[in-house]
Design a protein around this ligand. Structure first.
Ligand code: FAD
Length: 304
């Protein structure tokens, strides 16, 4: 593995041919042609500029809990944010979090400060940045309910400040889905509901326990593969009705506990998972007339 120093401060190290499967919850996918973990916003600009100058396609990766990376890996440059942009600070009645902050850490921080409303994030294994992009949520709540504003870095090297209304947050959607090269760098959340830290922690523990009864124990998944269609049965029920529980393609297996989860039971490949997803979509459409929409992001396809 070779490295190249791209900034004077010696922070923007790029590793080449870096395996990506270990950086995803599914543990699937090839290598990144180049991978860098920006130290701060200045580093983000430097890396974006470098990608632009060299004509490298640019990809973002948080904690890899909502992506399926192709078996051939990713060309260009991948910015890995799971350990970057980790600032988490109270500013009066708000909490500011860097894009790389894990959502459970955000929930814990709010609890520690004595503010409720973030408990639903305790069991979502992603980052703030990717969470905003898809308006992560659970238990009838979503980031839209606590978000005050976000800062986004664009490939034109602009820093945009956007409100939730400007972001168009909805069920697993936002304007950012139309701008896949915009990087959320920071988000600010309202601390609006004071409560006792112990009561907040008890609620978080209860939600996590509930999750365990409903979701598979195998951590090698991406959570829900498909979005729940509006106004109908949830995706898991549709997939179960179509007879897919336990269905296997290679080592990609539809969970028997929750049919909207596809598990990596060993050495599943992206090709297996994609074929299984296509099979599920076709059969649910044929048998129940519902077009299932993917929640999980396919890289590089969805950015091409
Ligand atoms: C067991 C399990 C349970 C889950 N439960 C839930 C749940 O209850 N609710 C829910 O909403 N989700 C759930 N998820 C899905 C996932 O955790 C969320 O979608 C999460 O927000 C993804 O964050 P990430 O950092 O892992 O994103 P990644 O998978 O790394 O990336 C996802 C997408 O976001 C983009 N991205 C990453 N960082 C940024 C950034 N800073 N700015 C812009 N784009 C970015 C990537 O390019 C990619 O397109 C679950 C996943 C698992 C594995």
């Amino acid at each position: 593995m070779s490295t190249e120093i791209i900034s004077k401060s010696n922070r923007g190290l790029i590793s080449e041919n870096h395996p990506l499967a270990p950086l995803t919850t599914w543990r699937i996918g090839g290598a990144a042609a180049r991978l860098a973990a920006p130290a701060d916003l200045e580093d983000v600009w430097g890396l974006m500029r470098l990608a632009y100058d060299r004509g490298w396609p640019l990809f973002f990766l948080g904690r890899g809990s909502n992506v399926l990376i192709d078996d051939a890996g990713l060309p260009g440059l991948t910015l890995h944010l799971a350990k970057s942009l980790q600032g988490l600070e109270r500013h009066g009645e708000t909490l500011r979090a860097g894009a790389g902050v894990a959502l459970p850490r955000l929930a814990q921080a709010a609890a520690k400060l004595g503010f409720a409303g973030f408990e639903f994030l305790a069991g979502i294994p992603g980052t703030v940045g990717a969470g905003v992009r898809l308006n992560a949520g659970a238990e009838g709540q979503s980031l839209a309910g606590v978000l005050k504003r976000v800062w986004v870095a664009t490939p034109q090297l602009q820093l945009l400040e956007l409100t939730p209304a400007e972001l168009g947050l909805g069920y697993r959607t936002s304007l950012l889905l139309n701008f896949p090269h915009w990087l959320v760098v920071e988000a600010e959340f309202n601390l609006a509901h004071p409560a006792g830290p112990e009561a907040i922690r008890a609620r978080m523990a209860a939600l996590i326990a509930r999750r365990k009864t409903r979701q598979p124990a195998n951590p090698r998944s991406c959570g829900s593969v498909f979005k729940n269609p509006a106004g109908g049965p949830p995706a898991g029920r549709l997939i179960e009705t179509a007879g897919f529980k336990g269905h296997r393609l290679g080592d990609a297996v539809v969970s028997r506990k929750h049919a909207n989860f596809i598990l990596n039971a060993g050495r599943a490949t992206a090709a297996h998972v994609k074929a299984l997803m296509a099979h599920i979509q076709a059969k649910v459409w044929q048998t129940q007339g519902v077009a299932l929409e993917r929640e999980v992001v396919l890289l590089p396809e969805d950015l091409s």
